[in-house]
Design a protein around this ligand. Structure first.
Ligand code: SPQ
Length: 423
């Protein structure tokens, strides 16, 4: 373990990325203004803002708040440039749902990593609704020929909040109702926000959502809670670095996102929750103390609730006293990197006993780590970069992490928060 690795103190993490994207999108499609506080100013959310500015929406950014001057569902303008989604899968998939129903053609592109990510998952339902989308081998760049869409009934093959949200945003513009059925419930921020912006547009059941079109959206005040996926780095760090004791304030605890807390508790981590707020997107202060950890199992039905935290759970497993198994996580192969293969490659450099499965890992945390290669690589994936940084706290020699600046995608102030907890 590096000297001075112990983490202690209290921090607040920046606003939730998923909720920040959605507040711009629904704000733009509303009549009236939407004021957003604690918006996440990370590269991905800035991509979403840039796209809506290119669709004719005025968005003011002051230190206190973001103001979106909504134009209504029918008020977007045809873009004069390609719409650049940067590295952001969320921007691409959600905004494609919006563009599918507009009376103009748009060309959507992104960076090298985004251009490798699968788009068939949205092209299939949007085409069923009547949209024509050109994309070579279902990858970006993609040309979306907006048209009058039709309502459909769509049974999703894989749980995905991005696909579900793309269909919801398209369905708001259709000529009839749309029903979406999910195999396992994924994060429901779009539904929650739509219920506030346009209560008559949405009917929610357990695994089924019905969208009623023809209702207008009204601008709202949105306060974005802290991002549990960012807090997760320090929750896991505090659990695994001996002597640590950390509190993170105002973390979003929407039940579709708190899978990480359930697994931490199963592993025997000491975790307490205080100052819970109520409301659609509730938040709480979360405190974690380092303690002895037990091995654990995570299977497919839990994955949607912790999908972005799987690299961190692999790290938690590497410090638990026994063999842990994570399965049902094949979706990780389609993120900013192939997160299963990349975690295995990078953890082996740290001498962690990890075995790759098609859909996850087996990790023996009882075996001591031994550094094989100090040159770690984030593979330009923000979540891998930060997971490796936390892992490096437990290594007693210096390591480097290639392309660490990818943290700007979701957590630009990660280093400042880590420094606060180490001082
Ligand atoms: O936006 P992007 O790049 O897809 O972001 C990621 C991340 O790690 O930040 C995934 F790579 O989060 C997704 C998440 O995995 C954000 C998201 C959302 O806001 O709707 C949903 C999840 O993806 P999916 O495919 O399960 O819908």
């Amino acid at each position: 373990m590096q000297t001075n690795s112990r983490l202690s103190g209290t921090i607040s993490v920046p606003g939730d990325k998923s909720i920040s994207h959605r507040s711009i999108i629904l704000g733009a499609l509303s009549n009236g203004t939407t004021k957003i506080t604690n918006f996440l100013r990370s590269a991905d959310c800035i991509s979403t803002m840039g796209v809506f500015r290119n669709l004719g929406v005025q968005i003011d950014d002051t230190p206190a708040e973001i103001t979106v001057h909504g134009v209504g569902i029918k008020g977007l303008q045809a873009p004069k440039v390609d719409l650049d989604m940067g590295n952001s899968g969320t921007s691409t998939r959600l905004i494609s749902g919006v563009l599918a129903g507009q009376p103009f053609v748009s060309r959507v592109m992104g960076d090298a990593s985004l251009s490798k990510r699968p788009m068939k998952r949205i092209i299939t339902p949007l085409s069923e609704m009547g949209s024509e989308i050109d994309a070579v081998e279902n990858h970006l760049p993609m040309t979306i020929h907006g048209t009058q869409l039709h309502g459909i009934q769509y049974e999703m093959p894989v749980a995905s909040a991005q696909v579900k949200s793309a269909i919801i945003l398209a369905a708001l513009q259709a000529d009839g109702d749309t029903t979406i059925i999910e195999p396992v419930k994924s994060r429901d921020h779009t539904e929650n926000m739509l219920e506030r912006f346009s209560p008559d547009s949405i009917e929610k059941h357990d695994h089924q959502i019905v969208i009623h079109p023809h209702h207008e959206l009204a601008g709202q005040a949105v306060h974005v809670p802290g991002d549990i996926s960012s807090a997760a780095f320090f929750l896991v760090a505090a659990a695994i670095v001996p002597g640590s004791e950390v509190t993170i304030q105002n973390v979003g605890i929407n039940p579709t996102r708190t899978g990480i807390l359930n697994v931490l508790k199963r592993a025997g981590a000491s975790i307490t929750e205080t100052n819970r707020t109520t409301g659609v997107e509730a938040s709480a202060d979360l405190a974690v103390k380092a303690t002895e950890l037990k091995p654990f199992t995570v299977t497919g039905h839990e994955i949607p609730g912790l999908v972005d935290e799987v690299p961190l759970l692999a790290l938690l497993a590497a410090r638990a006293n026994g063999v842990s198994k994570i399965t049902g996580a094949e979706e990780l192969r389609f993120k900013e990197s192939d997160r299963i293969s990349v975690i295995v490659t990078e953890f082996k450099k740290l001498g962690i006993a990890i075995e790759e499965l098609p859909d996850g890992f087996i990790i023996d945390g009882s075996k001591p780590w031994h550094l094989n290669d100090a040159k770690l690589n984030s593979h330009k994936d923000h979540r891998i970069a930060m997971t490796l940084k936390i892992a490096s706290l437990l290594v007693d020699q210096p390591v480097t992490i290639k392309d660490f600046d990818s943290i700007k995608i979701s957590y630009p102030t990660f280093n400042d928060d880590l420094a606060k907890l180490r001082s």
